[in-house]
Design a protein around this ligand. Structure first.
Ligand code: FAD
Length: 423
């Protein structure tokens, strides 16, 4: 085993939406190393189905803030929520500029869907694979950036900490220990679904960022705020990663029913309420530990066109969405808490930042409103990148360049002396 040392301006751990979007918004003159534990695409961002929420217009600012805070049971950080909502539109525009092919109406405007807890249709989406399409657009842009080096199968195992400063990270890479020295380090290592036996998450996401933070006394917040997703396909003997049935299926008319076919809960309530009602219902029938998601009243062509991924995944498991009721039960889905950060992603350790699901901006309270996670990822990643750009700019290039200094002198020294200047 050898110890290899690399240096860069910014080290980012995680190639999900938070890690990659922050990398793309850092100055192009910064040297960035982007590492990921597994392959580039092995992240929850890639799995996102329903969409990314956005404020519709100025009249929607207050309703959207209220929906987020109501879903979060009033435990949210209000300032973070205001930022999330007010900066949503600009970031959706940035994603469109990066060629994310959001679904559109015939007149060219964005097509919005609705999910539980939203008082209106305000969720931008690409069919039922929004995360895949967003990430493919970001990865494509990544390929054009010569200042960003991507290292796959490179696991961050610790940060380098000295005198209350973070100076980079230590990684295990192949058989080597890779020490990456960086002026700024971003933890964008995602959630901790891999710790649960029943989850919608990638099993490789095991809360590494949180473990590293704990080891180094970096502050953690609300780690007990975990979210069950109510509509996950029930399969006998299925453990680990299970198939999510997007909340937008309910937004487009799907209804939750018990084994007798009765509608026992308002399907469009926030996730915690719906999950609780389902668990209560399931407890009455221990031999059949599921209820149903009913889409049979919806048009087959609509379902196949709007939800092609889920339709074919269900079909491969023997369920036809427009004729069969789908057995469902809740599973672990999301961590609202994490590494405590401020509105620019800064932790309480200088030069260490945290973004996305591993961070806690307080935006979700104790129950995340649907489709607010991808949005949190981009809004706070953009702010963090801006902050780092300012910080590193002031440290490295906040003085005249050699050429500017020569021009400055040329105007001030006599003609003969000017000839000696190296230009
Ligand atoms: C099935 C599913 C559907 C979802 N649908 C939606 C939706 O429609 N809308 C929405 O807003 N949200 C949705 N979510 C939630 C959302 O996708 C995630 O919360 C969000 O994408 C997290 O982004 P992230 O960048 O923080 O983490 P991730 O995208 O999970 O990325 C984490 C990255 O960190 C890397 N990593 C982890 N540990 C290490 C380590 N030690 N060293 C190096 N790299 C490491 C991983 O390999 C990965 O690249 C969904 C989640 C799931 C699971």
């Amino acid at each position: 085993m050898t110890n290899v040392i690399k240096t860069c301006d910014v080290l980012i751990a995680g190639t999900g939406v938070a890690g990659v979007y922050s990398a793309l918004n850092l100055n192009k003159n910064l040297k960035i190393i982007l590492i990921t534990k597994e392959n580039l695409r092995d992240c929850n961002s890639y799995l996102a189905q329903g969409g990314i929420s956005t404020v519709l217009n100025d009249d929607d600012i207050i309703p959207y803030i209220e929906d987020t805070i109501k879903a979060g049971n009033y435990k949210n950080n209000k300032k973070s929520v205001e930022i999330l909502v007010k900066e949503s539109k600009d970031n959706i525009k940035r994603l469109i500029d990066l060629h994310v092919p959001f679904d559109k109406n015939e007149d060219g405007s964005l097509s919005y869907t609705r999910e539980g807890g939203h008082s209106t249709f305000r969720i931008a989406h690409v069919k039922d694979e929004t995360g895949k399409y967003i990430m493919e657009s970001l990865y494509k842009e990544l390929e054009t950036r010569t200042n960003i080096e991507v290292i796959e199968k490179c696991r961050l195992i610790d940060i380098i900490k000295k005198d209350k400063l973070c100076l980079g990270g230590i990684c295990s890479f192949k058989d080597d220990t890779l020490e990456i020295h960086a002026k700024s380090t971003i933890l964008a290592t995602g959630g901790l679904g891999g710790l649960f036996t029943s989850t919608t998450n990638f099993p490789s996401l095991t809360g590494d960022g949180i473990s590293i933070a704990l080891k180094n006394n970096v502050a953690i917040q609300d780690i007990n705020y975990l979210q069950l997703h109510p509509t996950v396909l029930y399969e006998k003997n299925s453990n680990g990663k299970r198939l999510l049935l997007s909340e937008s299926l309910r937004g487009e008319g799907g209804i939750i029913r018990n084994l007798k076919g009765e509608e026992f809960v308002d399907s469009l309530k926030p996730r915690d309420i719906v999950s609780k009602a389902i668990l209560k219902e399931i407890s009455k029938t221990p031999d059949t530990p599921y209820v149903y998601l009913d889409l049979t009243h919806l048009d087959k062509n609509f379902l196949m066109k709007r939800f092609p991924f889920i339709y074919s995944e269900c079909l491969s498991r023997g369920y036809i969405m427009d004729t069969d009721m789908l057995p469902i039960s809740p599973a672990h889905h999301y961590a609202m808490g994490g590494i405590k950060v401020n509105i620019n992603g800064e932790t309480n350790l200088t030069n260490l930042y945290a973004l996305g699901e591993t961070a806690c901006t307080g935006v979700h309270g104790n129950n995340r409103l649907a489709s607010n996670s991808l949005l949190e990822g981009v809004v706070f990643a953009y702010r963090c990148a801006k902050k780092i750009n300012e910080e590193l700019y002031s440290h490295t290039v906040n003085y005249p360049t050699k050429e500017e200094l020569i021009d400055f002198l040329k105007e001030r020294v006599d003609e003969n002396y000017a000839k000696l200047l190296n230009c």
